[in-house]
Design a protein around this ligand. Sequence first.
Ligand SMILES: [Zn+2]
Length: 410
Amino acid sequence: MNIATFHARLKDKLKFSDLVSKLAEVSGYEPLFGAACQRLVERLEPFGINEPPLGLSGLQVEVLIAPDTGSCIVVKTSPGLLTGLPEVYADLMSLSTAEVADIPRIVSEAFGLTAEPGSVRSAQEERRLSQVLGELSPNGKMLADPTVRAAARRLYDDELRSDLSAITSAVGDSPVPADILGQMETFRRRRQRLKDIVSDQSLAQKHFLVFCKSCGLPHLAFDTPERAAAVIADVNGKCGTCQKKELFVEESYAIAQAIVRAIQQGLWLESLVSDVMCERARVVWSGQMVGTNEIDVLSVCAEKVVLIECKDAPLGQNDVYVTAMKAEDVGADAVIMVTTNEVHPNVRDAVKRLGAGARSARTFTLISQDCCEAIRRDLSIELDRMQNAHVKGWVTELAPTAGRRFFLTR
Ligand SMILES: [Zn+2]
């Protein structure tokens, strides 16, 4: 289902019923609740009841449905009481399994107003967060580099990530002769695989290494074999360490620095989580400082501030408490912790206890998966669950924002 939300600041004295009928007129959609109320009144009229029963007449929510019933627009107003803002806003949510309603066009044609993206509540939260957030964190700066981001995305391939991790954890980004890499357990029976990796220029760079066959020590690395040979000629082929004339030029390979960083700093995981978030949220912050703390991924999704912490390593109890502090700092409604490792029962308990805190509406979710597909799936399930509850709440809760904290922006 396609979901899109907008809000528009209303002119003074615009009655909800007038708002709805004008939107219905311009869009050609039928007001579902209004039509139902009308039918109720018609059937009650013979008994002398000519008004909708109870609170139905005062409803400040309406669903406008398309003639083909494949899409609808949920309309409601947010009075100042709920938003903390002096003005009255209309929130409009388009839901569609077919053609999406063009809300900005409809609102503009109906009232000459501009529909801004996001509900008034989510726009408020986005504004608030942009003021709370500091500069990019070290990881955020790296992810902002297109080369590093592209490297991070290539690592969504679990097998490739595991092979490259084997190399980087052994030698980092140093150039190593292909022979020596081939002796690694991972590649002993997979020589072609190693060949494919080192010949891919976005993964590895070829170097020409001055190498001593006697003591086995690598010396300097050069971009061309000629330059390496020239250096050997300068010292008459003599190794500076063992003094033997055993220096040779060896073709060697170094894993690209962007890949090494993306693996060692767990950037691939932050990138993956950000990508999943971006499919559902308009604004996603990846790698931000809040005070002295680093935040991995932050966004407003389904009117909730969602904080996601990523750990491509074991998640300890302390990590959980630090995350809870960060959640407090940014006023997060939902906290999701993603780790690629198994989680100790004590840590699971800590997460559960935080989520069960009676005075807090904040939810805590733990995702422990080691392959990208499963991380993506579990995260999507959690976000979809939030989204579905949110969509339902728009229609079923008369004051959907009641009982929640408000952050006024100044
Ligand atoms: Zn030597």
